[in-house]
Design a protein around this ligand. Sequence first.
Ligand code: ADP
Ligand code: MG
Length: 147
Amino acid sequence: MVIFTKNELETINLGYTLGMLLECPSTILLEGDLGAGKTTFTKGIGKALNVEKTINSPTFTIMKCYKGKYPLYHLDLYRLDGVNQEFDLEEYIDSGIAVIEWPHQADELLPKEYLRIIITINDDVRKFEFIPVGEKYEKLLEVFKNE
Ligand SMILES: Nc1ncnc2c1ncn2[C@@H]1O[C@H](COP(=O)(O)OP(=O)(O)O)[C@@H](O)[C@H]1O
Ligand SMILES: [Mg+2]
């Protein structure tokens, strides 16, 4: 499924629509260049989960956890330099909504099933391509298509 957004607000709204449909636990992989809108999309997910704190880029901390309807683990693996055992991705994935920017930095730790979202930039237009992996995410996408 492909959806285009024209501005930041439309991207937040798209994240919100997805966020409203998420069950706990869920894993969302966000791919796209710097400035694609990964963090903006995550703000929408957070809104749907009733997260009160402002979601901003976790680049310098790798992971930020937000309290909401479910725990939201927002990860940005851009600066992850080699995976070590102290990095407990599995725990985040099993216990909340894990939204992962630059997921391929930790390819070997990713779960088998997830919703993959590839964002591409064309001026202010952003193309969101949704690729479900696993039955749970295929079903989720069917519902999402009808929203
Ligand atoms: N359609 C759009 N959707 C999302 N962000 C957009 C859009 N058009 C322009 N922007 C701008 O692009 C930037 C996206 O930043 P951010 O979400 O932090 O990206 P990333 O996390 O992928 O690096 C913001 O400055 C935002 O205002
Ligand atoms: Mg970001």
